[in-house]
Ligand binder design. Structure first.
Ligand code: G6P
Length: 368
């Protein structure tokens, strides 16, 4: 193996801790530092301004990255977005509009369902783009344009640094699309770019919550089920957090849109059910507060991930608060990913599972 664990016990820990550097590296590809603006180096076979729709397909963690990308492309580029897991998309055979862009997100570039979705879209005359880590891969080869995520080899089966690199790439492409479509004023664009530039530092700060997270993880390791809640782009962060936990600790976990709590999962809440709420301060945080009150009223144990501003609004009646640095809401999903990765990692360590090689899972799923 060309890569080693350095001072870390597991590749997953190493890859979590590498993120300030990997994010800088990804950013340096998409950013023109001199003008502090996004400058896509890839030759595009389409014009963002002419696109009718963006259709994203992916599996697993890459799918959750795409779910966050949907919020960004809709909000900042005013581009309609559809997203589905590739295994559903490929058999739905959805009708696709002319001048649509299909985007495939895959760390390995070899996932069978994602590749099949790509071939379907190519057959439908869509523009084909992919967001890839392993550039010598089948999905990269069959794409008209490949956006690299550049996070280096990822060894841990549970994806961490590839996820944040996918997010940084998607955020950058969304800004480029927003500019091309006239959806962003120069000031708005500058503000988003500044937020991206501040990310490596914010992620380093987020990693400093580790000691506290180790304590929380000791409690979590005794839970049977864990619920993760979030709104807006924090909803996919909640789903990714739940996926990480189940993958490596084997504890049942679900990520839910906070607003859906009363449509089902609230029935599960009791003193034994930890509820992880991902709610940095943004325009939706007040809405999340009412969901937290519903959880607290039923004795649920809330672990809140927020920032100092958020504490003022939602920091009451919670068992634990994990503080994140305050960042622009644009990049907050990337920062909020760090504590959910650390929670899953330390819960698995507390349980003594095989963190880098969890049972039944493969790093790359090349069969259907
Ligand atoms: C497997 C891996 C996941 C990954 C998913 C998609 O399930 O264990 O970590 O998110 O495949 O893989 P890809 O290489 O297409 O991103």
């Amino acid at each position: 193996l060309l890569v080693d664990k350095g001072n870390h016990r597991h590749f997953m820990a190493k890859e979590i801790y590498e993120q300030p550097e990997t994010i800088s590296h990804t950013l340096s590809h998409y950013l023109d530092m001199a003008s502090e603006s996004i400058a896509l180096r890839e030759a595009l076979p389409f014009d963002f301004d002419d696109l009718t729709r963006l259709t994203i397909s992916a599996c697993g963690t890459a799918y959750y990255a795409g779910c966050i990308g949907k919020y960004w492309f809709e909000r900042y580029a005013r581009l309609p977005v559809d997203i589905d897991v590739a295994s559903e998309f490929r058999y739905r055979e959805p009708p696709l509009e002319k001048n649509g862009l299909s985007l495939f997100i895959s760390q390995s570039g070899e996932t069978a369902d994602t590749l099949a979705a790509l071939r379907y879209c190519a057959g439908q005359g869509q523009h084909i783009a992919s967001l890839i880590n392993t550039l010598e891969s089948t999905i990269a080869r069959e794409s008209q344009v490949v956006f690299p995520i550049l996070c280096g080899p990822e060894i841990g089966v549970a994806s961490t640094k590839a996820f944040t690199a996918q997010l940084v790439s998607l955020a950058s492409i969304a800004i480029a699309a927003g500019r091309a479509r006239g959806a962003l004023t120069p000031e708005a664009e500058r503000k988003l770019v500044q937020a991206l530039i501040g990310l490596p530092r914010a992620v380093s700060q987020a990693l400093q919550a580790e000691e506290q997270i180790i304590e929380i993880a000791r409690h979590l390791s005794r839970a049977q089920d864990v619920l993760y809640l979030g709104r807006g782009p924090m909803f996919p962060v909640a789903m990714e957090g739940a996926l990480k936990l189940k993958e490596i600790s084997y504890i049942h976990a679900e990520g839910y849109a906070a607003g859906e709590l009363k449509h089902g999962p609230i029935a599960l809440i009791d003193e034994d059910m930890p509820v992880i709420v991902v709610a940095p301060s943004d325009e939706l945080v007040e809405k999340t507060l009412s969901n937290m009150q519903e959880v607290a009223a039923r004795g649920g144990r809330i672990i809140l991930i927020t920032d100092e501003e958020g504490v003022k609004t939602v920091g009451h009646n919670v068992a634990e608060t994990i503080l994140m640095p305050r960042v622009d809401s644009f990049v907050a999903p990337i920062v909020a990913t760090i504590p959910v990765q650390l929670l899953a990692y330390h819960t698995a360590v507390a349980m003594g599972t095989d963190v880098d090689q969890p049972r039944n899972l493969a790093k790359s799923v090349t069969v259907e």
